[in-house]
Design a protein around this ligand. Structure first.
Ligand code: NAD
Length: 421
């Protein structure tokens, strides 16, 4: 199958974690990049000579060779930029959160339909091979019906460098908008997709950061299956420290975190400068690192999702270093999932490869798209419900939920065969 010609719009920190996969996958030909900031444009041009570099979304849209775009601009622009691209006939992958209001998401759904283009929304940790394999095991029925899902994360998300828009809830700032989609997409994938209701609570605990840095929620699927999520991003404790192999190469140490918090409280951090080093062309840009180091199999890490714990009637599934541990009536089974990892570099741990494969399959291969605009809208609806529920101190009933069709990942093999007891 021929490659899909793509452009990256917004060459910031998120894009830098995705571009290595775009540049390495045979399914994709990276032909252009765009950013308002000349430093990122220069970094992109240096990494990828022969590609075209634009300042604006309009520039990319006018490029007839670009068939699809990946939108990694700040949250408040996702709807505007996706709609502009789709009106110009481009297929789109839009970063999470898909948009910041349901009205914007509705317009994105309508525009994709009107212009007959594919829009994928759901570049989240749900795409990791660990979560997808968990879903296949649940669907296999080997452990009986799904009974509960629990996901909890402790990270330093709140003390990482942030731009002003990231600190404004009205512009899609805060941990629920940014991190909610990872946990909500994951539990929706595992539970079938259709949530019935949400009861959430948020916490804004640090004066220097006027946005929620903590949230928790109890969610119930339509069939009554319960799920809970929690993310504490204040950085006093990092979940990765529980897993000896999960030392984050690019992450902060305990000592770094003490300094970051002190600097924040004292108001002496230059966060724009701090963030620039992680963007395309910056000193710690993963694009350069991916070029220098060949990809190797990567172990499971909590990242910003946390461990996912699945309880079925006759067993449990938990992530393990190289795969999953499945606890069944006949005892634990260790599944090695390394055979499901692709060889290309992907600093996101396989997420970018997975959604790019899906877009290529849908646009070039005539296959079905699964992380559609409707899927993304349902996750946004649940994220917004966490915040509304926290505000109003009541349960919110959802109305825009959609299923993940059983055909998604039909060929994925986990290697689990539970012995009959
Ligand atoms: N899926 C993931 O795991 C993941 C990880 C990180 C970030 N993200 C997402 O990526 C998006 C960007 O976040 P970030 O941390 O990279 O921010 P960032 O500030 O580092 O990057 C945003 C970039 O967009 C550029 N930009 C802003 N307005 C623009 C416009 N109108 N036209 C062209 N370029 C424009 C900025 O100059 C900047 O380089 C967010 O939606 C975030 O949620 C996703």
């Amino acid at each position: 199958m021929r490659p899909l010609k793509m452009a990256m719009i917004g060459l910031g920190q998120g894009a830098a974690g995705t571009i290595p996969a775009m540049a390495a996958m045979p399914e994709i030909e990276l032909v252009a990049g765009a950013d308002l900031n000349p430093a990122m444009r220069a970094g992109f041009a240096e990494h990828f000579p022969g590609t075209r570099v634009y300042e604006t979304v309009a520039g990319v849209c006018a490029d007839p060779e670009v068939e699809a775009v990946w939108i990694a601009t700040p949250n408040r622009f996702h709807a505007e930029h996706a709609i502009e691209a789709m009106r110009n006939g481009k297929h789109v992958i839009v970063e999470k959160p898909m948009a910041i209001t349901l009205e914007e998401a509705d317009r994105m759904v309508d525009t994709a339909r009107q212009h007959e283009v594919t829009l994928l929304a759901g570049h989240t940790r749900s795409l990791s091979i660990w979560n997808r394999a968990m879903r296949r095991i649940i669907l296999s029925g080997e452990l009986g019906p799904l009974r509960a899902i629990h996901i909890w994360a402790y990270t330093d998300w709140m003390i990482r460098p942030r731009t002003p828009d990231e600190l404004d809830p009205a512009q899609g700032g805060g941990i629920v908008f940014r991190q909610g989609p990872h946990q909500i997409d994951t539990l929706r994938l595992l539970g079938g997709g259709k949530l019935r209701s949400v009861r959430g609570m948020t916490g804004t605990w640090l004066d220097a950061r006027p946005i929620p840095g903590y949230f928790t929620a109890y969610m119930e699927f339509e069939d009554g299956t319960p799920a809970t999520i929690m993310h504490n991003g204040y950085g006093y404790f990092a979940m990765a420290s529980l897993y000896p192999w999960a030392h984050e190469k690019r992450g902060y140490t305990d000592a770094d975190r003490v300094e970051l918090r002190r600097g924040l409280v004292a108001g002496r951090r230059d966060e724009t400068k701090e963030k620039e080093i992680f963007r395309v062309g910056g000193a710690r840009d993963p694009v350069a690192e991916a070029k220098a180091n060949p990809a190797e199999p990567y172990p499971w890490k909590p990242f910003d999702l946390g461990p996912v714990e699945v309880a079925c009637e006759r067993g449990m599934i938990l992530p393990a270093q190289w795969g999953l541990t499945v606890y069944a009536d006949d005892g634990p089974h260790d599944l090695d999932l390394r055979h499901l990892q692709r060889p290309e570099p992907d600093p996101s741990g396989g997420l970018s490869i997975a959604i790019l494969e899906e877009l290529h399959g849908a646009v070039v291969g005539g296959k079905r798209a699964y992380h559609t605009a409707e899927w993304g809208r349902a996750t946004l609806e649940a994220s917004l419900a966490v915040m509304q529920s926290a505000e109003e101190r009541r349960e919110i009933v959802l109305t825009r939920q959609v299923e993940m069709p059983a055909g998604y990942d039909a060929e994925l093999r986990t290697g689990l065969e539970v012995a009959a007891v």
